[in-house]
Design a protein around this ligand. Structure first.
Ligand SMILES: NC(=O)c1ccc[n+]([C@@H]2O[C@H](COP(=O)([O-])OP(=O)(O)OC[C@H]3O[C@@H](n4cnc5c(N)ncnc54)[C@H](OP(=O)(O)O)[C@@H]3O)[C@@H](O)[C@H]2O)c1
Length: 369
């Protein structure tokens, strides 16, 4: 029986790579839903190719847009995003970028759909709620992030109670070797040129500030039910090692592979079952593996977000929403790169502590939109 899939964010980097795997395995998967944001031309093309039952688009629905989207397959029904995520299926790939990913992820879980989770922001904003709901509705949350896929794979080899530390790696982003003195003049174009991964704009910027790695530490704490202060990160420019786990006896186990999202996406789609040649093998002969400490002067936002995570309550959500807000201002050319961290820190000082109820989380997220 083919697995019925819904892909949220099908027009993005993870969404398109997921569809590449679906193309390779037509007997394994059937697309029943696709959701795009603003790229209606690509969504229309995907509708023609995959003929889903349902789609969603993040643009106001005019009759012209409806005609364009349904021209290639008139049976497709256009739904609001959360309704689409709640259609019965075997797996929802949650790959919308940013804080907008939380409501459809929760809608999918509440409809008893298992989730392949790329949208790390869902767990940063509302990790306890997302995990509790997944338990309540008996659905799986499968990691798509390469680091979390690595930890997931490593934890299948090592007993959980013998793990002392989880260590995630970070490429260091586009500015890892740029002199600090040049930071105030950095252009968005330079920041968006990632040295090892080809990804969407938000995550590429978050790699340069290392906000992404702080989010991933929070994500790992929720996914693996592991204490925040026992999850660390190091810079590893080659991006071959995705994560390591240290066991109580002093062993260090690492997962290594080419920097390609095809492997973690494939493992999530196939529920952990390995497929032949998901990525090209990694030949380490003649390669250097380098690891560096994360410096506060270069990556202040990493430390700000982790401090917010330690505070708990609505602070991680506020940190994700405010860094996203100021990040977009930088990408729009309205503020300088170092201002992202400074203004996020300033915004967080104005946030009053509140418990992490969904209502409080959505209120603080909306206050930054
Ligand atoms: N790319 C990677 O290698 C990678 C690795 C690990 C984790 N992730 C995570 O996966 C998620 C997606 O990343 P990405 O790199 O694929 O991002 P991306 O290329 O920017 O794609 C984002 C997708 O979300 C859609 N979207 C954005 N805002 C939306 C909204 N408000 N409503 C509906 N749809 C919306 C976009 O639609 P349009 O393009 O049509 O506007 C696009 O389909 C992020 O949470 C990221 O952190 C990505």
């Amino acid at each position: 029986m083919r697995k019925n899939l819904i892909i949220l964010g099908s027009t993005g980097s993870i969404g398109r790579q997921t569809l590449e795997i679906v193309r390779e395995f037509p007997r394994e998967f059937k697309i029943i839903g696709l959701a795009g944001g603003r790229n209606f031309e690509l969504l229309a093309k995907q509708v023609r190719e995959f003929q889903p039952k349902f789609i969603s688009i993040g643009l106001p629905l005019t009759s012209e847009l409806t005609r364009g989207l349904t021209a290639g397959y008139s049976k497709v029904k256009i739904l609001p995003l959360e309704k689409l995520a709640a259609q019965k299926c075997d797996l929802v790939v949650s790959a919308i970028s940013g804080v907008a990913g939380l409501p459809p992820t929760l809608a999918a879980i509440r409809a008893r759909n298992s989730v392949a989770l790329a949208n790390k922001e869902s767990l940063v904003l509302a990790g306890k709620i997302v995990i509790a709901q997944a338990k309540k509705f008996g659905v799986k949350i499968l990691p798509v992030d390469s680091e979390h896929s690595a930890v997931w794979q490593l934890l299948q080899k090592v007993p959980r109670d013998k793990v002392r530390r989880i260590i995630l790696t970070a490429s260091g982003g586009a500015l890892r070797d740029t002199p600090l003195a040049e930071f105030s003049k950095i252009s968005p174009q330079k920041v968006l040129r990632h040295p090892t991964w080809a990804m969407g704009a938000k995550i590429t910027l978050d790699c340069a500030t290392l906000a992404n790695k702080a989010f991933e530490i929070i994500e790992a704490a929720h996914l693996f039910d592991f204490p925040l202060d026992k999850i660390e990160a190091v810079i590893h420019p080659q991006s071959f090692v995705h994560a390591m786990i240290e066991t109580v006896d002093g062993n260090l186990f690492a997962q290594m592979s080419q920097p390609s999202m095809k492997l973690p996406i494939s493992l999530a789609l196939f529920d952990g079952v390995r497929q032949d040649d998901s990525v090209a093998p990694l030949d380490l002969v003649g390669r250097n593996l380098e690891f560096r400490k994360i410096e506060k002067a270069r990556y202040p936002l990493f430390f700000t977000i982790l401090a917010a995570a330690q505070k708990g309550g609505i602070f991680p959500a506020a940190a994700a929403a405010s860094s996203e807000f100021w990040g977009q201002k930088f990408l729009a050319g309205e503020i300088a790169f170092p201002e992202i961290a400074k203004l996020t820190e300033k915004s967080l000082r104005k946030v009053s502590p509140k418990p992490a109820s969904l209502k409080n989380i959505l209120a603080v997220v909306n206050s930054f939109q």
